[in-house]
Design a protein around this ligand. Structure first.
Ligand code: NAD
Ligand code: PRE
Length: 366
């Protein structure tokens, strides 16, 4: 059955969803973005099938409406939506990183008989904008749905089926639990990353060389601080209660560490690091083989048969030896899924050029 999906906000997430959903030939995508340049680019590079000249126009034609806008803007638009004319059976969803406030705003839609199912794909990047959109962004990532409890079972199933083509692992959670869990693994780490960068910036006057020394560790820890500030302003404001609790716990943890250091408690410090290492090493991502050695290269490739031999073929032609090759089956904190290892840094640098010359796949060095 043909379905029309209307996506509002064609940035990294809206654009990636459009590309992912378009793999299903029965889905046609109408798009809208507040930035006319973005809307035109989305049409030009084939992210959407059709442009809506304004939101109500696209909404009236849609079987599914997806808000992929910053979360405060999504709430504002959900209020406006109550004035739009929509298809009777329309399913409305979003991609926002917070869910409690969004579901609160959805109560008004519910009273009007409009089905709203909260959504949040746990995959993304510090990049934003339609140019960064990728059809395969959600492959193997968790995609959380937060319907109203015990309601809309039929519509949840329809949305679940539509999302299957993105190859995400679609799961249902409750909005309050969602905001607690994402505070721990996503929102609070963002505060920490930003604060570490500020701490480095504070060194600039007296020790300007410090920032040049920021290599692997600092860069790994702070990559996410390069993300869109407006998006993160909205997320952290909406989830501020959870973040305040996390901050409180973190402060206690830091005080505990400070004490151990001040008293030179060598054994306890070692135990502290050992426990952290154990938990970190047991995270799904590392058991799935994502550990990297010094000369690993992450190649952001779509999941289709033959893609590995395509890459290794180009490297062989370029006379570049590889020492290992593996697939990372999650996109939760790194971009590429194909990890190619090299014996030397020089080989890896040659591989970056070789892949850029022969493909459009992006490469990353963790
Ligand atoms: N970036 C991530 O890693 C990530 C991951 C999962 C979910 N999310 C969530 O998805 C949503 C979108 O994030 P993104 O990374 O795609 O951001 P983005 O900045 O790449 O894109 C947002 C787009 O929304 C448009 N927009 C803003 N206000 C609008 C309005 N009133 N009407 C129409 N368009 C409007 C912007 O012009 C922009 O093109 C956010 O709610 C975010 O919390 C982000
Ligand atoms: O990989 C990144 O850069 C992200 O920040 C992605 C990330 C995350 O924290 O994991 C960020 C916010 C989203 O709501 C979901 C995913």
């Amino acid at each position: 059955m043909k379905q029309t999906v209307f996506i509002i906000g064609l940035g990294l997430i809206g654009g990636s969803l459009a590309l992912g959903l378009k793999r299903n030939k029965d889905i046609s995508i109408i798009g809208y973005d507040a930035q006319s340049q973005t809307l035109q680019t989305a049409q030009k590079i084939g992210v959407i099938d059709e442009m809506a000249s304004h939101m109500e126009e696209g909404a009236a034609l849609a079987d599914v409406i997806i808000f992929a806008t910053p979360v405060n803007e999504t709430i504002r638009l959900m209020h406006e939506m109550s004035k739009w004319s929509l298809k009777k059976q329309v399913i409305v969803t979003d991609t926002g990183s917070t869910k409690k406030e969004i579901m609160k705003a959805a109560l008004r839609l519910k009273e009007m008989g409009i089905t709203f199912i909260g959504g949040h794909p746990m995959a993304g990047s510090h990049k934003s904008g339609v140019e960064a959109a990728r059809a395969h962004l959600f492959e193997n990532a968790f995609y959380m749905l937060t319907p109203f409890e015990n309601e809309n079972k039929k519509e949840v199933k329809i949305l679940f089926d539509i999302l299957q083509v993105t190859k995400a692992k679609v799961v249902q959670v409750n909005a309050v639990e969602h905001d607690h869990m994402t505070a721990v693994v996503s929102h609070f780490p963002h505060l920490v990353a930003a604060s570490l960068v500020h701490q480095l910036a504070g060194e600039n006057e007296q020790f300007p060389f410090t920032k040049q020394l920021a290599s692997g560790g600092f860069r790994d820890l702070t990559r996410i601080a390069s993300a869109n500030p407006i998006m993160w302003r909205d997320i952290t404001l909406q989830n501020r209660k959870e973040l305040s609790n996390q901050l409180h716990m973190w402060t206690e943890e830091m005080n505990k560490l400070q004490n151990l250091l001040l008293h030179g408690e060598a054994d306890e410090i070692e135990t502290y690091f050992s426990k952290a290492k154990q938990v970190r090493d047991e995270l799904p991502i590392t058991t799935q083989g994502a550990m990297f050695s010094v000369f690993d290269l992450y190649v952001d490739v779509p999941d289709y048969p033959g893609v590995i031999s395509e890459i290794t073929g180009y490297l062989a032609k370029g006379d570049i030896s590889i020492t290992n090759l593996r697939i990372v089956e999650t996109r939760e904190d790194i971009f590429g899924i194909l990890v190619v290892s090299f014996q030397t840094m020089d080989d890896r640098a040659k591989a970056v050029k070789c892949i850029a010359n022969n493909t459009t796949f992006e490469t990353y060095i963790s």
